[in-house]
Design a protein around this ligand. Structure first.
Ligand SMILES: Cc1cc2nc3c(=O)[nH]c(=O)nc-3n(C[C@H](O)[C@H](O)[C@H](O)COP(=O)(O)O)c2cc1C
Ligand code: SF4
Ligand code: SF4
Length: 253
């Protein structure tokens, strides 16, 4: 089994790698923003497919990866890991429905609660201790789920009708438009930016350029929060007005 994933701030990458480790496979993982993910999708039969949940839906970059490569999903056996800060309803189901339409077989689905990555909103902020505990619990869940899959009894979280209704009514219906288009809402404070270029090289969408030693955002942001969490001078915001605390999974390991 190989891993194909999208991870803005590292949570999903951590989960995919840990799952494969517990599953007992070599850890071959490919981020969707890199061309080699397409080659890996072509060659593999069993795929662990991971993504974070945004507004109880798929990040636009993930939806685009699946639809652009729809013909390559036919006949693949897919196990889905959906990571989230709190609640998604049918996070795994969103990807499963789309991949089934591409004639993939869905082996199972796993929902993993991880630290929240939205660093410019106060809601859902937890202490480092709480986040460390969340990761420990996630690690145990990943180990148990990998063992269940090995034993031929895969977990099927988020794939049923009840979860579908919970995802739809709990969030997706109200925030549906947020994930249907790339966003133009990223803001970079030119007074703070030191032109280091970190955001530009990290962005999976090539949504930031540097001009006259200042970073400039464009309108193709998948809202992954990678640049917001990694800017050395906290010059970048997306949903909120200021950065409260930059988060990264490594801080809590
Ligand atoms: C734009 C956006 C929307 C999000 N919406 C949800 C949500 O609906 N439910 C939830 O539990 N977490 C939500 N989250 C939190 C992320 O799903 C969670 O932190 C995830 O583990 C991040 O994974 P990553 O580090 O691999 O990018 C959202 C995060 C972002 C950036
Ligand atoms: S990471 Fe921050 S400081 Fe560096 S170029 Fe981007 S916005 Fe400017
Ligand atoms: S601009 Fe920032 S938040 Fe948007 S896709 Fe790029 S790295 Fe992610």
């Amino acid at each position: 089994m190989i891993g194909i994933y999208f991870s803005g701030t590292g949570n999903t990458k951590f989960c995919v790698e840990r799952f494969l480790q517990y599953y007992g496979d070599t850890i071959d993982v490919f981020p969707v923003e890199e061309e080699r993910a397409v080659t890996a999708l072509c060659d593999a039969t069993e795929i662990l497919f991971g993504y974070p949940v945004y507004y109880s839906n798929l990040p636009k970059i993930v939806r685009d990866f699946i639809t652009k490569n729809s013909s390559l999903f036919a006949g693949k056996k897919i196990y889905i890991i959906a990571t989230m800060g709190l609640f998604s309803g049918d996070g795994a189901g969103c990807g499963a429905r789309l991949m089934r339409r591409c004639h993939a077989e869905i082996l199972g689905g796993l929902h993993v609660k991880m630290p929240d990555c939205i660093s410019d909103e106060k809601a859902l902020k937890r202490t480092s201790e709480q986040n460390r505990k969340i990761i420990q619990d996630a690690d145990k869940k990943l180990k148990d789920a990998a063992e269940s899959l090995k034993a031929g009894k895969p977990v099927r979280e988020g794939l049923g009708l009840g979860s579908h209704a919970a995802g739809l009514l709990g969030q997706r219906l109200w925030f549906y438009t947020k994930t249907q288009k790339y966003s133009s809402r990223l803001k970079i404070d030119p007074g703070k930016c030191i032109g280091c270029g970190k955001c530009m090289s990290l962005c999976p969408m090539e949504n930031i350029t540097i001009r006259e030693q200042k970073a400039l955002p464009h309108a193709k942001c998948t809202m992954c929060y990678r640049c917001v969490n990694r800017c050395p001078v906290q010059a970048i915001t997306l949903l909120g007005k200021r950065v409260y605390e930059q988060s990264s999974v490594e801080k809590y390991l």
